[in-house]
Design a protein around this ligand. Structure first.
Ligand code: DQA
Length: 148
């Protein structure tokens, strides 16, 4: 099988992981999480992207669709998950499979977090396993690509 290439995208506030509400999101930084993925899946070529800006995430998705050659995207959209119709439309507009991941279990939290406007257009959703959500997302994506 060809080397899989996966883009791991993180949205607003995820640059603060490790320092931000560690009781909710854990003590690992985003770099720790990204490094952990690269170590756990040595056969996968990862690219990592984080932005505080909605528009930059959209542009990255379009760039990935047009030039990236990625097999799939793992996306933690942070708070955009709950209200960004622009992000939802962008995910709908690309053919690359997008897996939605969350460190926390968004369905066990405040009411406003229990609604994801992007789940319907994502190929899969993982929520509530801490940093392991990213690993499970990658595993799920790999399985999906192997046997669609
Ligand atoms: C999050 C959950 C969101 O509700 C929140 O806004 C985040 C992180 C998570 O990974 O658990 O920024 O996506």
């Amino acid at each position: 099988m060809d080397t899989l290439s996966i883009l791991v995208m993180n949205g607003p506030n995820l640059s603060r992981l490790g320092k931000r509400e560690p009781e909710v999101y854990g003590r690992r930084s985003l770099d720790d999480i990204n490094r952990g993925l690269a170590e756990a899946f040595p056969g996968v070529a990862f690219d990592f992207f984080q932005s505080e800006e909605e528009g930059e995430l959209l542009e990255k998705l379009f760039h990935c669709e047009d030039h990236g050659g990625y097999s799939g995207v793992i996306l933690n959209a942070g708070a955009l998950t709950h209200y960004s119709i622009a992000l939802r439309d962008a995910i709908s507009a690309v053919s690359v499979p997008v897996i939605e991941v969350h460190l926390s279990n968004i369905y066990a939290r405040e009411e406003f977090r229990r609604k994801s406007v992007i789940s319907e257009v994502c190929s899969g959703v993982v929520s509530g396993f801490g940093a392991n959500s990213y690993h499970l997302g990658v595993r799920g994506l790999m399985g999906m690509l192997e046997s669609p």
